[in-house]
Ligand binder design. Structure first.
Ligand SMILES: [Ca+2]
Ligand SMILES: [Ca+2]
Length: 370
């Protein structure tokens, strides 16, 4: 070996040692953060397999937390609370009109944290594929709590979310929904185990989304009630607003409930598609329990009680079978009409709290409330 060759080998070795300490894209890195700057950077710099663990506390980012980096189905990017610590991301220090958290990305798993006091929408996932949201709260913001939007919104799961108290004062409450899946398309999106309540506009809104979304085990209540002494209040207050803007789409709602909303419990909102509404309960909504005037909805085994305008308004194209307004179907008695337990803390696994509210014990009609 010549002297020159030996030096080259030595140089390469020392370089190699230095490089080995740097993370590469192929390596999964766990990052633990405890301040807003580190949180922002960790989200910005995440790559497939990155796990971001956020220490307990309340964080006040001064710019939207955001990423366009994709995980993959085998190496998602994870953003979650550290251990069982309580994490709140608070939008109070953001400029007016900014969102707290925005992903334009695929395969993120976000869990166990609260996004609160946003000056606009709290969480927006734009053209996302394969994201999983579990045990998050989007609360007390100035537009919709949680939003999926854009074409290419595919196979996302929103599980065990609480979204409440959202109110867009600038528009007198006209727009702030609990969950908005709006202005976009893409299949395989699921909302399950959600509580959507006391928002100024609707609990769920699927305005101008052209692909079917599935909702199950979800409660939507108390939306569209003017809780802000807004003299020009303009919230709609539908529990489940299932269309709009000319879309014709067969959304599916299973085993879910709507109560105490200022508008309708469940409504097509001009969607003429073959919506499927199955084993749901509408109780004490101010307008109709079920309003499906122009769609070819299939309403099956639903239970409507004490809604202001009546149980159902349905057009000639609706298929209605086994609902308590259909002939020969009786109305089982509720075990409880006291909703207080429905607002209790969730189970340790994040599922809806146990309640007898609106349960009947029936195995054939209405939501099971779990
Ligand atoms: Ca509205
Ligand atoms: Ca709305």
């Amino acid at each position: 070996m010549s002297r020159r060759t030996a030096l080259t080998v030595l140089s390469a070795l020392s370089l190699g040692v230095g490089l080995a300490a740097l993370p590469t894209q192929a390596q999964a890195a766990t990052v633990v953060v405890s301040n807003s700057t580190d949180l922002s950077n960790a989200i910005k710099n995440a790559t497939a397999g990155t796990v971001i663990q956020v220490r307990g506390g309340t964080y006040y980012p001064t710019a939207t937390l955001q990423s366009t980096a994709n995980g993959s189905s085998s190496a998602p990017i994870t953003l979650t609370a550290y251990g069982s610590e309580t994490v709140k991301i608070d939008g109070s220090s953001l400029p007016a009109g900014d969102w707290i958290f925005k992903l334009t990305a695929d395969y993120w798993n976000v869990s166990n944290m609260t996004f609160q006091n946003s000056p606009d929408s709290a969480v927006v996932c734009q053209s996302c594929t394969g994201t999983v949201w579990n045990n998050i709260k989007t609360i007390n913001g100035k537009d919709s709590g949680f939003t999926l939007t854009g074409d290419g919104t595919v196979n996302n799961t929103v599980k065990n979310i609480d979204s409440y108290g959202n109110y867009d004062a600038a528009n007198h409450g006209e727009n702030a929904d609990g969950i908005a899946v709006k202005f976009g398309s893409g299949t395989g999106n699921l909302i399950t185990g959600a509580r959507l309540y006391n928002n100024s506009d609707d609990g769920i809104d699927f305005w101008s989304f052209s692909s079917p979304v599935t909702v199950e085990h979800t409660w939507s209540m108390g939306n569209g009630v003017n809780r802000w002494s807004d003299s020009a209040f303009a919230g709609d207050g539908n529990g489940y607003k299932l269309g709009g803007d000319g879309e014709v789409v067969a959304h599916v709602i299973n085993n879910s409930a709507a109560w105490g909303n200022a508008g309708n419990g469940f409504t097509e909102n001009s969607n003429t598609g073959a919506l499927v509404i199955n084993r749901t309960t509408a109780y004490a909504n101010s307008k109709w329990g079920y309003y499906f005037a122009t769609s070819s909805a299939k309403l099956g085994k639903n239970l409507a009680v004490s809604n202001g305008s009546g149980s159902v308004s349905k057009g000639s194209k609706v298929t209605s079978s086994g609902n308590n307004w259909d002939s020969g179907i009786s109305t089982p008695a509720f075990k409880s009409t006291d909703a207080s337990t429905a607002y209790n803390a969730r189970s340790s696994s994040g599922t809806l709290p146990a309640t007898t509210f609106l349960t009947t014990g029936s195995t054939t009609i209405g939501a099971t409330m779990n």
